[in-house]
Design a protein around this ligand. Structure first.
Ligand SMILES: Cc1ncc(COP(=O)(O)O)c(C=O)c1O
Length: 368
């Protein structure tokens, strides 16, 4: 190969590294908020059958609008969040990452601004960069809640086209009360902005806490983003979706998606999983209970713990969090260095993995 050619990379991408949490083969992988339970055998068999049927018709492009899947998702939202939406209010893509990419492509862009509340999900600035959207963050309070007055002031004065609220938030686990979401939705509406509530972890919220879906009939600017990667234990399948207040938003997202973006296999697997949502919900209940007992244990041990409504816990604080992370890894427990300085995030694993984490952390901290 000639060494003389310099690829004409976009100036803003020079030196930028690709996203990637470590994927290591260790005893307890608790670093990317996956569901630790394998798909139950009966569901895996049903998925296999659905894939076989899809394979037989694979000479054809898939249903480009994923009509059957969107209908199944609308039914699921009616059961899970008690909000009935029309199929036309649902959008689906390869993970909520891709849903958000579509949203940024449609509502961001040069000369436009997205606002969110830090610390939050690390991919948002990347969607903004890819779509040439300016990106600004407002700091969350010390307890990781959002300062509503400041939020409304910023939305009113900065006039973003997109406001992002993550609830429960990653990496802090903080859920936003519905009344607060309503205030932000209203300020966004007045400013002419779309509000995206990223509910990737919604199924793990405390029982009785409402989803932002309850606001859909009052705020035409609202988009609620969800995923099957967490509660449905399907991170490997890549299926995210959005529920929108106004079906014209879905028509807009169709404009920016790539043709036939969602494979026939993905659609078939997701529909099958939705038919078995009740079985998977039992795992969610167990993970919630594990989260609450692990949080209580961390508090007992004297750590600072952010109250979590997700399938992970942010805890600290450590003078040298990288050293604690390494000591855990040395014992086969992989967690995540993320969030403000001094904090670490652990995803909720199986009861056995959580015990392994407890033992490894006790040892890691003793070794300080
Ligand atoms: C807040 C939040 N949103 C979205 C995602 C993306 O999920 P996926 O693309 O797997 O649906 C994640 C993944 O960790 C997340 O934490």
């Amino acid at each position: 190969m000639s060494g003389r050619f310099t690829p004409p990379l976009r100036d803003d991408l020079v030196g930028v590294q690709s996203y990637g949490a470590p994927q290591l083969d260790v005893a307890a992988r608790l670093n990317v908020n996956e569901n630790p339970f394998p798909i139950p055998a009966e569901l895996a068999a049903a998925m296999g059958e659905a894939v076989r049927a899809a394979a037989a018709g694979m000479n054809r492009y898939p249903d480009r609008d994923a009509e059957a899947l969107r209908e199944s998702l609308a039914d699921y939202i009616a059961r899970e969040s008690h909000v009935r939406v029309a199929d036309g209010q649902v959008w689906a893509a390869n993970g909520s990452n891709e849903v958000m990419h579509h949203v940024f492509l449609a509502f961001g862009g040069p000369g436009r601004l997205a606002i969110t509340f830090d610390p939050t999900y690390s991919m948002y600035p990347e969607y903004a960069r890819d779509t040439f959207t300016a990106y600004e963050t407002l700091p969350r309070r010390a307890d990781f809640t959002v300062d509503l007055d400041e939020a409304v002031r910023a939305i009113t004065s900065r006039r973003p086209s997109l406001v992002l609220v993550t609830s429960p938030n990653n990496p802090t686990g903080t859920a936003m009360p519905l009344a607060d979401t309503e205030v932000i939705a209203s300020a966004a509406l007045d400013a002419g902005a779309m509000l995206v509530v990223d509910e990737a972890y919604a199924e793990f919220r405390h029982v009785g806490n409402p989803s932002a879906c309850e606001l859909l009939d009052r705020f035409p600017n609202l988009i609620v983003s969800r995923t099957m990667s967490k509660a449905f234990a399907m991170a490997g399948a890549r299926l995210g979706y959005a529920i929108v207040a106004d079906s014209s938003v879905v028509e807009t997202l169709k404009v920016v998606r790539l043709p036939y973006h969602l494979s026939a296999v993905t659609q078939a697997v997701a529909i099958t999983a939705l038919e078995h949502a009740d079985v998977l919900q039992k795992q969610v209940d167990l993970l919630r209970a594990e989260r609450d007992s692990l949080s209580a244990w961390l508090v007992e041990q004297g750590f600072d713990v952010a109250p979590s409504e997700a399938n992970f816990i942010l805890f600290g604080r450590f003078e040298d969090r990288a050293a604690v992370w390494q000591r855990l890894l040395d014992q086969g427990v992989l967690i995540r260095v993320t969030g403000p300085a001094g904090w670490l995030r652990v995803s909720i694993g199986t009861p056995e993995e959580n015990d392994m984490f407890r033992r490894a952390l006790a040892t890691a901290v003793d070794a300080r």
